[in-house]
Design a protein around this ligand. Structure first.
Ligand SMILES: [Zn+2]
Length: 325
């Protein structure tokens, strides 16, 4: 069996399939979740994903998409595969492949429960392929309830000061959590950017309650909060919004990354270093393969602190790195 990166991930024995891969033709491809760096469909492959992921995706015309419920086994060639909750965004999936060895691919995940979802299931494995976006100890996220409490306090204060509040969060995942939080904390239906409104509808169609919201229009004076994708937030936009709302604007971003000088709440949809270590420890694999972010650094920590063999996942063509009996 071979396992390597190839415009996504690939598991190959007599048969093979890909995970979150692009630029392929006539292949079986599992899409773990709807973030654009993982999901792109064309008419040239067969795709397998959860119903939630399918609902959030912009699909290519006539793409062949098979929706698979969590925990249901299905076959990809010789492999027996199942999808499991990753707690990252709507429909986000880990992959379990069962055979001589159990191989688990976490893809993007978090262990924290959020106001919308349960955290990821920890799956026992022989080989664990784990994302290591925040795989260094300086990446520490407080408990979500603590961050929620801080956000509530901040929003209520700003409302009292008669400020117009702008919150930044990724259109797919974070913005839906913010929509619900604004409803819970302020009893208010926030304005949301058009792309966010679209993704909000997909969440609702899949049974996730977000509360109320309004698509962004020119009536900012009728509300107090706007949720925007963070890449659109900048000085000129905030000045325009202040003009439109007729009062001062306060802005905060919800992200695990540094907030570009804006007020930041560390609300991440990824596992921090401690959650990554906890996943490895409880999954109890014989071998850990890391990819994304701090891959080699995290592998060294796993080896040193947990005594489990670990290394960065190899790329296509690096034979010795990727062969498993
Ligand atoms: Zn993601």
């Amino acid at each position: 069996m071979r396992l390597f990166e190839d415009s996504g991930l690939c598991l190959e024995d007599k048969d093979k399939f890909f995970i979150d891969a692009r630029a392929k033709k006539d292949q079986d491809i599992v899409i773990t979740h709807a973030h654009s760096d993982h999901a792109k469909t064309t008419t040239q492959n067969r795709y397998f994903m959860s119903k939630g992921t399918s609902a959030l995706l912009k699909k290519g015309k006539k793409s062949e998409i098979n929706e698979i419920p969590f925990k249901k086994k299905f076959r990809l060639g010789e492999f027996s595969v199942s999808l499991h909750n990753a707690g990252h965004i709507l429909g986000s999936s880990q992959l379990k492949v069962e055979g001589n060895k159990t191989v688990v691919f976490t893809s993007d995940f978090k262990l924290q429960d959020s106001i919308l979802f349960k955290g990821a299931e920890i799956i026992p494995s022989d080989i664990l392929v784990i994302e290591s976006t925040f795989g260094a100890p300086q990446h520490f996220f407080p408990e979500r309830d603590i961050v929620y409490a801080e956000m509530k306090k901040w929003m209520k204060e700003k409302m009292k000061e008669n400020k117009f509040i702008v919150l930044g969060g990724y259109s797919t995942g974070k913005a839906q959590e913010l929509t619900r939080l604004v409803n819970e904390f302020l009893g208010e239906a926030p304005f949301v950017h058009g792309k966010i409104a679209e993704q909000n509808s997909a969440y609702e169609a899949n049974g996730v309650n977000l509360g109320e919201y309004r698509k962004l229009n020119n009536n900012l004076r009728e509300g107090n909060v706007l949720i925007m994708p963070p890449h659109l937030i900048g000085t000129s936009l905030l000045a325009a919004l202040a003009h439109e709302a007729g009062r001062k604007v306060e802005c905060a971003l919800a992200t695990g990354w540094n907030g570009r000088g804006y007020k930041t709440f560390p609300l991440s949809d990824h596992a921090d270093f401690n959650q990554l270590m906890r996943y490895v420890e409880k999954s109890n694999p014989k071998l850990v393969l890391t990819h994304h972010g701090f891959a080699s650094q995290f592998a060294r920590y796993v080896k040193r602190k947990l005594g489990i063999e670990a290394r960065e996942l190899g790329k296509k063509g690096q034979k010795t790195l990727n062969e498993f009996a």
